[in-house]
Design a binder for this molecule. Structure first.
Ligand SMILES: *Cc1c(COP(=O)(O)O)cnc(C)c1O
Length: 405
């Protein structure tokens, strides 16, 4: 095993060496600008970009002409939401999203509320983190022009009923944007079957390079139009100007091709490793709670709350394993995750949560090591916890009268 172990694959993934290999010639030898129409350097770059576009489109069952390259999913989310708002503003001023979206969507929605007078409905989720399609239907008004609901959550891995939501959007003639950053490459994604009109995703979460993403923009039934965020040379059919980062795009394409080929076996292998991790921990520790959905979740995600243990202390105790806690370290305070809060997880258990994000390069040996270490550190921290001791003695902590100091 090579330390530190990496179990934070929802944040980013290491690049697959096969991806790097396909990228390398495009830095020095094949350096052309894909927009240069007059010579072989440009043609070569353009050909490479178009091949990558096909590889990317194939993975999501789209046409290559429906792929717009961006700098990542944050930009794609911004482009989709702001682009639709600007283009369809005369039709309405209301968008529907949900409380557990990534900040790339939430902060975009908030900015539109504050600066553009857009009205936003933030739908709740159930205790497993799923949006109820009936809530989507009921939130629709005459002024609704966009529904933006994520495919799979980046903290708890819960997969939303995207197909049902897509169907409702179609029925009502409203555009449906989906942040599929955590879903693409991990679970089967089909923009036709799912009724998706716009979809954001990114290379660095699927073993590709950082700094490149895509927005899928439906071309027919309906033909979606979006206003650009960036004006310039009219690249990407006017939706996103700027010289294309050819090496990154080539890597993105290869990463998608590998996901397409390996997803059937990889998702089964990772789900088995994840289940082994979950079972190994739950077998030896009491008062450990699963956050998210027991079955409708990403195969490589596990989010657990360890009662009576601070997530941050747990992370400090296992520094040789890269993990994430459910508390977002802001400047002064330690805020519990807004995703866990939306699920109704109490503040204590939210502060006790740890996200395990497995990936392509994790081995069974690494998972077994992690199980052993997590059990050790949780036991140690609980031994030092008077609250845990009292709870074990059968004292109901809710009835305790705490003395004020
Ligand atoms: C990582 C992530 C993003 C942001 O992607 P970048 O390419 O890093 O901008 C957006 N949405 C979700 C759900 C993510 O997990």
């Amino acid at each position: 095993m090579k330390f530190p172990l990496y179990l934070d694959n929802h944040s980013t993934t290491p690049m697959d060496p096969r991806v790097l290999e396909t990228m390398l010639p495009y830095f020095v030898e094949k350096f052309g600008n894909a927009a240069s129409r007059n010579h072989a350097f440009g043609w070569e770059a353009e050909e490479a970009v178009e091949q990558a576009r096909k590889q990317i489109a194939r993975l999501i069952h789209a046409d290559s002409k429906e792929i717009v390259f961006t700098s990542g999913a944050t930009e794609s989310d911004n482009l989709a939401i702001k682009g639709v708002m600007e283009m369809y503003r005369e039709k309405g001023d209301h968008i529907i999203t949900c409380l557990t979206e990534h900040r790339a969507v939430l902060d975009t929605a908030k900015a539109l509320e504050a600066k553009k007078g857009i009205k936003v409905t933030y739908l709740p989720v159930d205790k497993t983190g799923r949006v109820n399609p009936d809530d989507v239907r009921n939130a629709i008004t005459e002024k609704t022009i966009l529904i933006s609901i994520m495919m799979a959550n980046n903290e708890i891995g819960t997969i939303n009923p995207v197909k049902e939501i897509g169907k409702i959007a179609k029925e009502k003639g409203i555009l449906f944007h989906c942040d599929a950053t955590q879903g693409v490459g991990k679970i089967p994604v089909d923009v036709q079957e799912m009724g998706i009109d716009l979809m954001a995703f990114t290379a660095h979460k699927i073993y590709g390079p950082k700094g490149v993403g895509a927005l899928y923009v439906r071309k027919k039934a309906p033909r979606v139009r979006i206003a650009p965020l960036i004006d310039g040379g009219g690249h990407e059919r006017g939706m996103r100007s700027g010289t294309l980062p050819v090496p990154l795009i080539v890597g993105f394409g290869k990463a998608c091709e590998l996901c397409e080929q390996e997803m059937p076996t990889e998702s089964v292998r990772l789900a088995a490793l994840r289940d082994r991790l979950q079972a190994g921990i739950l077998k030896s520790l009491d008062e450990v709670y699963l956050n998210g959905h027991p079955t409708q979740r990403l195969p490589h995600n596990l989010n657990l709350s360890f009662a009576y243990v601070e997530g941050e202390s747990l992370l400090m105790g296992v520094k040789e394993i890269a993990l994430s806690s459910g508390s977002a370290c802001t400047s002064a305070t330690l805020e519990p995750s807004y995703v866990l809060r939306a699920l109704g997880v109490g503040s204590d258990l939210a502060h006790s949560s740890i996200r395990f994000g497995l990936g392509r390069f994790n081995s069974e040996e690494e998972i077994d090591y992690t199980i052993t270490r997590i059990i050790q550190i949780v036991n140690k921290l609980r031994e030092m916890s008077p609250l845990y001791e009292m709870a074990k003695e059968g004292i109901d902590l809710k009835t305790v009268q705490w003395a004020a100091h």
